[in-house]
Every structure is written in structure tokens, then in C-alpha cells.
Design a protein. Structure first.
Length: 148
């Protein structure tokens, strides 16, 4: 049983963790960061909520199958890695393009689209799914033992 202060701080930390996790995911193509460290940070934030509220209480509200997140992330990363072969390029070749951003006739700049970003997104889901699958299974096993 945790206090209201712990639960409130966990919610605030989750919001900050998720924002920074997405930031790390998005900057991965240009600066240090990417899918792995962003996924670890996301899993830590959700894990903190599991600790603060308890696994059973969270499962009543939101109970995703983390192994499916792992599977879809692995599929997405694999497709991204193998798709250049079908275009006659090398395995894992990255491509990029700049897309102009125009809103209401006003040119706001350019958006850089990098294919490695899709690989990072797959890695992100693999890491989040894998870590939280482990956390929930260990938590379920510990709860079923009854503290023995």
C-alpha cells in the first residue's frame, strides 16, 4: 500500500518520462538517443506506475499484452531493415528526404524524413514490450507466492 503522495509523484514522473522518451525516440537519427534508450525510459515510467499503484489495480484499468508489442516491434524493425533489398539496395540502407511544410500558403520550413526512424520505432516497441513483459510476469509470480 502506497501513499497518495507516492501515487501523485508517480503520475507526474510518468508524464515527464513519456515526453522525454518520445523526444529521445525522435532525435535518434540526428543526435544520441533512439529507440532503445527511449524504450527503456518509457518502460521505467510505466514500471514506476506499477510499483506505486500495484499490478492488480493497473490491470483493471489498462492491461495490454506486452508480448504482442514485442512481436509487432520486431516485425516492424525487420521489415524496415529488409525493405531496401527489394529496391535493389543493400540491407539496412537508410534513405532520407526533406518534405516542405506549407500551412495556408505559408512555408514553415522542411521536415526531414529518415527511414532509420522507422527502425528506431520498431526497436522502441521491442524494448517497451520486452521489459514490461518481464516486469509483469515477475510481479505476477511474486504476487502469487504471497510474499513467501
Amino acid at each position: 500500500m502506497t501513499t497518495i503522495i507516492t501515487k501523485t509523484v508517480a503520475k507526474i514522473c510518468l508524464m515527464i518520462d513519456m515526453l522525454y522518451s518520445i523526444d529521445l525516440l525522435l532525435i535518434g537519427g540526428n543526435r544520441p538517443g533512439g529507440g532503445f534508450i527511449g524504450g527503456v525510459l518509457c518502460a521505467c515510467g510505466i514500471g514506476l506506475i506499477y510499483v506505486a499503484y500495484g499490478l492488480d489495480d493497473i490491470k483493471k484499468i489498462w492491461n495490454p499484452d506486452w508480448h504482442t508489442w514485442f512481436g509487432y516491434g520486431l516485425l516492424f524493425a525487420s521489415i524496415t531493415a529488409w525493405s531496401p533489398l527489394f529496391a535493389g539496395h543493400n540491407y539496412f540502407r537508410s534513405a532520407f528526404d526533406f518534405i516542405p511544410v506549407v500551412v495556408g500558403g505559408i512555408h514553415l520550413g522542411e521536415l526531414e524524413l529518415v527511414s532509420s526512424m522507422f527502425f528506431d520505432l520498431g526497436v522502441y516497441f521491442v524494448v517497451v514490450g520486452g521489459l514490461l513483459f518481464i516486469v509483469t510476469k515477475v510481479g505476477t509470480d511474486k504476487a502469487s507466492e504471497g510474499g513467501k
